[in-house]
Each structure stands twice: as C-alpha cells, then as structure tokens.
Ligand binder design. Structure first.
Ligand code: FPP
Length: 224
C-alpha cells in the first residue's frame, strides 16, 4: 500500500453549487468552507501530515470585487474564530503565495503561521494569491541572484514549498480536468484524481474512496 503523506486539493465548484442550490455564488463559497472543515478532520483521522488547499489563485483577482471581498471575509472569519482550536489540535498553518493583502489580513496570516509554527500533527498549506508560474520564476531569479547551480534540488529549495514534500495525491473537484497553475513542479509524480462532485458536495466518504484507490495504485516513478 502506498504511504500517503501529502494531499493537495483544488477546491473547484463553489460558484456553480451556490448558483444551483442558493442562487448565489457566495453561498457556494460559504458551503465550501464547511467542506474544508470536514476534510481537515478526515485528514487528521487518516494520519496524513500535509494538506495543501488552493484557496485563491493569482488569476482569481479577475473576479468581481464583491466576490473577492466575500472570499477574504470568509478566510478572515475562519482564521480569527478557529486559530486557537487549530493550534490546540497541534495543526500548523503555512501560507504559500504572495501575502499582499490588507494590513489586517497580512497580520492575521503572519500570526497564524507564527503561533502554529512548532505544531506537527498536520500542516495545512493555504495557497493564497498563489500561482505556480510566478513561483517558478521567482525561484529562478533567487538562484541567479545567489549564483547557485540550476538543478532540481536548488529549484525545489527556492520554491515557496521548500521543506514540504511533494504531494502524493492531487484531487480536483468540480468536474474539470485542468491544473489551473497549481503546484506545476511539485505534482510531477503525484497521482491525480478528477472528481465530478462540486466542492461543497464533496464529503468524507468521497475522500475515503479516493484515498483507498490511491493506496492501491502501483506507483512506478519512471521504473517498471
Ligand atoms: C473555486 O470554486 C473556489 C475558490 C476560488 C475558493 C475556494 C474557497 C473556499 C473553499 C472557501 C474558503 C476557504 C478557506 C480555506 C477559508 P469556483 O468559485 O471557481 O467555482 P465554479 O468553478 O463553480 O465557478
């Protein structure tokens, strides 16, 4: 059976779910946050050490301002209400992406990272204002500036995901088969599952089914 150390998730389908059931995209984001909470619990239960959630991409700035503001208010409420609880559960919060938000949100994100820095039961990497291409370009710039050699080790060490093992499993919900500029370097050998259900409808049983299937796959990493 394959060990499972790191799950990465593209949580797609909030907008469509919200429009279909509540006539509001934002209601879909609110329901999506409930799924986030369920999946965090299930991740702990399965003793998985890293969970990376794609919460906001560099391309998501193209959405209407009202939707963006709602997403960030959800995030702010989630962290301010749940930070102590996450900390008490020995969960580490790490942000990947460029932290260039309001001063208040930047402060909250820094506090969340600092407070939970030493926790080691589960590390949740929240991808916020994250884009894999700009992450790679920044990494190459750092390598050049430090006059390092260009090789796999140095590139990985200069990414925002340094010290985080590559995902074993990538799940994308929402019935769409693309990577949307998410962890392009890091998923080189991940097992990828495209799930039809929209993120708010995704549940612990779906997660369990995917984990079970993942564990039974023969992972070759180029060998036979
Ligand atoms: C993609 O669905 C989802 C997002 C851009 C936001 C994800 C946010 C959450 C799940 C809630 C907040 C999360 C945290 C961690 C606090 P979409 O809106 O692109 O859906 P669509 O494809 O149906 O339009």
């Amino acid at each position: 059976m394959n060990p499972l150390n790191h799950v990465a998730i593209i949580m797609d389908g909030n907008g469509r779910w919200g429009l279909k059931y509540k006539n509001s995209r934002n209601a879909g984001h609110k329901a999506g946050l409930k799924t986030v909470e369920k999946i965090i619990k299930a991740t702990i239960k399965n003793k998985i050490k890293f969970l990376t959630l794609y919460a906001f991409s560099t391309e998501n700035w193209r959405r209407p301002q009202k939707e963006i503001a709602f997403l960030f208010s959800l995030l702010e409420n989630f962290l301010s209400n749940r930070l102590n609880e996450l900390h008490n559960q020995n969960i580490r919060i790490k942000i990947i992406g460029k932290k260039s938000f309001s001063q208040r949100l930047n402060k909250l994100l820094n506090l969340s990272e600092k407070k939970t820095l030493k926790n080691d039961r589960l590390q949740i990497n929240l991808a916020l204002n994250y884009g894999s291409k700009s992450e790679l370009i920044d990494a190459f710039k750092k390598i050049k500036k430090n006059k390092e050699n260009i090789n796999e080790r140095n590139l990985s060490r200069n990414l925002q995901t340094k010290n985080i093992p590559d995902p074993d499993l990538l799940i994308r919900t929402g019935n769409t088969k693309r990577l949307s500029n998410f962890l392009l370097w890091q998923v080189a050998y991940s097992e990828i599952f495209f799930e039809k259900k929209l993120w708010p409808a995704f549940n612990e049983n779906d997660y369990k089914r995917i984990i079970k299937e993942y564990k039974s796959i023969k992972r070759n990493f180029g060998k036979i």
